[in-house]
Design a protein around this ligand. Structure first.
Ligand code: PEP
Length: 252
């Protein structure tokens, strides 16, 4: 019932020319895929050119961040309406690199998700624990705090129009993927939390992506878990063939 979603986060990689090359190749490689949603998130500078290269394709376009305000004196920032204007359908909010290097809080991430929803964009809301939190057995407490903080004030309607990405910080860019069982445990916990707050139907329809060193050789086992609905992919999304293999995951 939940359509798998594979999203590629290109971070601060690829000039406009490189981004267009990458997305053209990807587009060809996944042209026959019908049952999986695919999204790419290039840097801001490449968004208009990639939007053009994706014209008439089923691949969605995401930004990697958004400012919560509609407009204003916020030097260096971009609004949800501006993202919509250049062809975005989605936006990543609360990535751990933004939490870490830009001091983003759950309250700010809530406001960003709200702005995205207001503009008709699909927010991909990231949560995840650092290594010391996992080692101290406090993962579920931290995930609860993040989910409650980001979703506080939303209703069923808003939660049904967003996606959660569980990205353990210790697994991002490290090559150390969470085991399928570790991912499933947290995904199920998130789904139960959402069920308690927003009802069973909202929880059953919520897509929860796993992120953290997802590669062609581990996507199949991750996608076999019942509560893993897709992936948010960093490094492996920068090569068209590896991301295409992830999009074409095999459940058996
Ligand atoms: C990410 O950037 O969200 C990510 C999961 O990166 P990587 O796949 O490289 O670990």
């Amino acid at each position: 019932m939940r359509r798998p979603l594979m999203a590629g986060n290109w971070k601060m990689y690829r000039t406009t020319h490189e981004a267009v090359e990458l997305v053209r190749t990807l587009r060809n490689l996944v042209s026959l895929v019908r049952d999986v949603d695919v999204i790419v998130a290039p840097p801001f500078t490449a968004l208009p050119a990639v939007a053009k290269a994706l014209d008439e394709s089923r691949i969605g376009l995401a930004a990697q961040d958004v400012h919560p305000a509609a407009e204003g004196a916020y030097t260096g920032n971009v609004s949800a309406a501006m993202l919509k204007d250049v062809g975005c359908t989605s936006v990543i909010v609360g990535h751990s690199e933004r939490r870490e290097y830009h001091g983003e809080t759950d309250a700010l991430i809530h406001d960003k998700a709200k702005a995205a929803l207001g503009a008709g964009l699909l927010p991909i809301v990231c949560v995840g624990e650092k290594l010391e939190v996992r080692q101290a057995n406090r993962t579920m407490d931290l995930i609860r705090t993040q989910i409650e903080g980001v979703l506080a004030g939303f209703g069923q309607d808003e939660v049904s129009r967003l996606v959660i990405a569980y990205e353990p910080v210790w697994a991002i860019g490290t090559g150390q993927t969470a085991t399928p069982a570790q991912a499933q445990e947290v995904h199920l916990f998130i789904r139960r939390l959402v069920s308690e707050r927003f009802g069973a139907d909202t929880a059953a329809g919520l897509r929860i992506l796993y992120g953290g060193s997802v590669k062609p050789d581990n996507i199949d086992s991750l996608m076999r878990e019942p509560d893993v609905d897709g992936a948010l992919v960093g490094g492996a999304s920068l090569k068209a063939d590896s991301f295409a293999r992830i999009v074409k995951f095999q459940r058996i």
